[in-house]
Design a binder for this molecule. Sequence first.
Ligand code: RB5
Length: 149
Amino acid sequence: MTCSKVVIGADHGGFEFKEAIKQVLADRGLEVEDVGVYESVSCDYPVFADKVARAVAGAGPEVLGILICGTGLGMSMAANRRKGVRAAVCFNEYMARMARAHNDANVLCMGQRVIGLGTALSLVDVFLETNFEGDRHLRRISMFDESGG
Ligand code: RB5
């Protein structure tokens, strides 16, 4: 695994998953930076999406992000506004593997109201353990910025 540090964030819709995932990653000896939310109170997901996005944008493959909200959708939309961020909503292991292998995703987004905790932990494992394949996929992701997005 290339990743040695995970920056994790959630809103109230993803708070419980964040706490559980954070613990599992820390138990494995990974460095974990928790950018909040620190209690399950109603809050605005773009705040936390941007904190994680800033941390991973421009960082190498040793730093990956995890964002959890109710669906994963708002978090991914907000995080992807920052250049250098490739945030992917995943709800099964195939998506998590392909997000890394083909898209070089650097932020995994999940929905606590969409998948169970066991699935979420599996997706985290797959995401962290899969490396980008490069080659033609590098050419393709390089085209993201050329399109002005
Ligand atoms: C919060 O109710 C919910 O809108 C948020 O967690 C997320 O699902 C947005 O995309």
